[in-house]
Design a protein around this ligand. Structure first.
Ligand code: PEP
Length: 246
């Protein structure tokens, strides 16, 4: 039985005052559903100290453990600051920083070496979907971004169609189900049935309190990676509750 996971990605949002929202989420969280918040790197240590049962994660890490990489953060540093997860290969990293599948694979390996679980993001652009290339794109990203050695503990995969991120556009439940079933089959084939079945698959892209119920009812959706609606407890807590009730 896979434990459901509600993950929030704060992106480049949040000063110290935002920790009040995290505290409110923590107070509302009964602990049955796993909850993860990934604040900006500047807040990871403070967030970890007030998060209670909520896990804290980074939004990226460098593939190396240390060295001359100005501005970067290593997986060991995130772990040391109190993180237990790190998001890798988010489409904003792939687009803004030119990250390739190979980069994501190296970062995932670094995260595992540091003892972090990786939330590896995959997803197609609108033009790729319109050209009926979605499943090929997902297959390529999974094959290229995931190192050998995945387990149900060290890996979570998030399907995030790029055209649904921050746009208010959401795929149909059939479209989400098609990709999640496909990803499950690919993971079972690559890592074996036991591991493939134990890796949690999140949907991400404009998840809100109003659409969470129907998304969480889709087969092989084990939770969500939420951007905008994870910034405020008033939005994120109902999503956590919807997941718990699904
Ligand atoms: C995201 O950034 O991972 C995301 C899914 O954003 P939003 O929920 O705002 O679409």
């Amino acid at each position: 039985m896979r434990r459901k996971l509600a993950a929030g990605n704060w992106k480049m949002n949040g000063l110290a005052a935002a920790l009040d929202e995290l505290k409110a989420m923590s107070e509302a969280n009964g602990g049955e559903t796993e909850v993860l918040i990934c604040p900006p790197a500047t807040l990871v240590a403070q967030a970890a100290s007030v998060a209670g049962k909520i896990a804290i994660g980074g939004q990226d890490c460098h593939a190396k453990t240390s060295g001359a990489h100005t501005g970067d953060v290593s997986a060991d540093m995130l772990k040391d600051a109190g993180a237990s997860y790190v998001i890798l290969g988010h489409s904003e990293r792939r687009t803004d920083h030119g990250e390739t599948d190979e980069d994501v694979r190296a970062k995932t390996r670094a995260a595992w070496d540091a003892g972090l679980s990786a939330v590896v993001c995959v997803g197609e652009s609108l033009s790729q979907r319109e050209a009926s290339n979605t499943l090929d794109i997902i297959a390529g990203q999974l094959a290229g971004s995931l190192p050998d050695g995945a387990t149900g503990h060290n890996l979570v995969v998030a399907y995030e169609p790029i055209w649904a991120i921050g746009t208010g556009k959401v795929p149909t439940t059939d479209q989400i189900g098609e990709v999640h079933d496909f990803m499950r089959a690919k993971l079972e084939k690559r890592f074996g049935e036991g591991v493939g079945r134990s890796v949690r698959l999140l949907y991400g892209g404009s998840v809100k309190p109003g659409n969470a119920d129907e998304i969480f009812a889709v087969s092989n959706v084990d939770g969500a990676l939420v951007g905008g609606a994870s910034l405020k407890a008033a939005d994120f807590v109902p999503i956590i509750e919807a997941l718990g009730a699904s």
